[in-house]
Design a protein around this ligand. Sequence first.
Ligand SMILES: CC(C)(COP(=O)(O)OP(=O)(O)OC[C@H]1O[C@@H](n2cnc3c(N)ncnc32)[C@H](O)[C@@H]1OP(=O)(O)O)[C@@H](O)C(=O)NCCC(=O)NCCS
Length: 231
Amino acid sequence: MDGLKQRLAKAMKQEAGVKLSPAEARVVARMLGMCQQSPVQQKVAEPKREKPQGGDLIVGHIRWMIRSDMPTVLEIEKCCYESPWSEEDFIRCLRQRNCIGMVIEHKDQVVGYMIYELHKSHIELLNIAVVKSLQCRGLGAAMVGKLRGKLSDERRCRILVDVWEHNLAAQLFFKSLGFVAHGFVRDRFDGGQDAIQFIYGKPMPKAKAGDDGKPFSDWKPDADDDGDMFA
Ligand SMILES: CC(C)(COP(=O)(O)OP(=O)(O)OC[C@H]1O[C@@H](n2cnc3c(N)ncnc32)[C@H](O)[C@@H]1OP(=O)(O)O)[C@@H](O)C(=O)NCCC(=O)NCCS
């Protein structure tokens, strides 16, 4: 048996005088209990990597977005999206009283941002991006964490975000942070692109008469949300 094992071992290495193909030799070797799995099976059994490798987590500092951040924000936006927002899009949005922009800094550089709207009972995340070179290192999660900190049971109790249906990476990102897919939104983006709506926090109540989900008319900013940077 030992001799056969040695010959099989040689066959697997394709040494001189071998009659078996490596695949045949591996089958025989498995039958003889010399190894549990073929290298091919072992490879298939390896865990599948679902996201690009990031690196060590990094800590970012989150602060209000100000006008002088705009060139960097636009640069990141262009690199992150196929149909990026223009400067006018950002400014139009940020001029709304209930719309807030925040950036995240690392080593004194703006490396990401988020834009969100405060509504009576929810926060809507409109845009979030992290510079490509620092993605998958916890900066996006830190920004969403900041938003989660603004929720309360009594008042704003959920975060909504519409994710382009083909943006699987973003869907996995939100899912990993506890968001759940809530519905499908047709024609959500320019060019008639559909979106999946993700929700974090209290599930949506059934629609009530008179509640059209629009921003509360007498909305007042939170103590820490008082900054009309773009007005
Ligand atoms: C989506 C985005 C903001 C995420 O920010 P990020 O800093 O890269 O994400 P984080 O490192 O905080 O990731 C947190 C978790 O999300 C998941 N995740 C993030 N990116 C992922 C990817 N590409 N694939 C799978 N899962 C991913 C992981 O579970 C990760 O946790 P882990 O690293 O411990 O496994 C960023 O990738 C980005 O700017 N993308 C381009 C713009 C975009 O699509 N924005 C969303 C529009 S709705």
